[in-house]
Structure formats: structure tokens, C-alpha cells
Unconditional design. Structure first.
Ligand code: MYR
Length: 131
């Protein structure tokens, strides 16, 4: 289960990913130390997420398979949805500004939540521990 509070522990290739996303260097530096914390409450196919970071606090509601809008911390707007594939949450999102796709997955591996991001062939991971 994804339920609970997850604190980012480490990143893999996240700065490269953000660079591909067009995030400037100053913001990339800040974003790689954003102390992201996500609280997940899943009830059936409905999710309520609280996202807390040095940038902001936002609450997000979505239902598996249902398209919703999400604004990234820098204001970039995405639209897309999450589905469950086995034990993996898979998100397929499109940037509203350029139409390009961002694929993301969340998976529990051991006692960690691993979120992968892929954009224009560049992959990154953020790895969270329960906290
Ligand atoms: C959620 O489940 O957390 C809400 C929807 C998330 C959509 C995908 C998030 C991608 C954020 C990428 C940030 C990278 C900054 C370049």
C-alpha cells in the first residue's frame, strides 16, 4: 500500500531530467533539495495526496483512470491520469504548454517508494522513505 507519509531521501539523475524539462539552473538547485513530502490516502480507486515542499503545500485528488490537471511547482501545467498496473501506479501526463508527454511511475520497493520520471527519453528517480 502507498498509504502514509513519504519523505524524499535521494534523487537519481533528477537535475538532468529537470534540465530537459527546461527548468533553469537556480531552480534546479533549489528543487533538488526541496524536502518533498507526500502523504497518500487511497480509498479504492480514489487518492487524496498532500504534497509539502520548500516551494508550496498542495492537496491533490484524483481517481484512477480519470484525467485531471496538475500544476508543477514552477507553474507548468500538466493534464493526465494515473492507472494501476499490477503493484505499480503509472501516470501518463501531457504538458499543456508544448504537448510533450511525461510518464511517471510509483512503486514500493522494500520499504521505499520509488518514483520514476521520464520525459523526452531522460529518466530520473526520486526515492522516498516513510517518515
Ligand atoms: C501526484 O500524484 O503527485 C500528482 C500528479 C503528478 C503528475 C506528475 C508529476 C511530475 C512532476 C515533475 C516535477 C519535475 C520538475 C521538473
Amino acid at each position: 500500500t502507498f498509504n502514509g507519509t513519504w519523505k524524499v531521501d535521494r534523487n537519481e539523475n533528477y537535475e538532468k531530467f529537470m534540465e530537459e524539462m527546461g527548468i533553469n539552473m537556480v531552480k534546479r538547485k533549489l528543487a533538488s533539495h526541496d524536502n518533498l513530502k507526500i502523504t497518500v490516502e487511497q480509498t479504492g480507486d480514489k487518492f487524496h495526496l498532500k504534497e509539502v515542499s520548500t516551494f508550496r503545500t498542495v492537496e491533490i485528488d484524483f481517481t484512477l483512470g480519470v484525467t485531471f490537471n496538475y500544476s508543477m511547482a514552477d507553474g507548468t501545467e500538466l493534464t493526465g491520469s494515473w492507472v494501476m498496473e499490477g503493484d505499480t501506479l503509472k501516470g501518463t501526463f501531457t504538458r499543456k504548454d508544448n504537448g510533450k508527454m511525461l510518464i511517471t511511475t510509483r512503486k514500493i520497493i522494500g520499504d521505499e517508494l520509488v518514483q520514476c520520471y521520464c520525459y523526452e527519453g531522460v529518466e530520473a528517480k526520486r526515492i522516498f522513505k516513510r517518515g
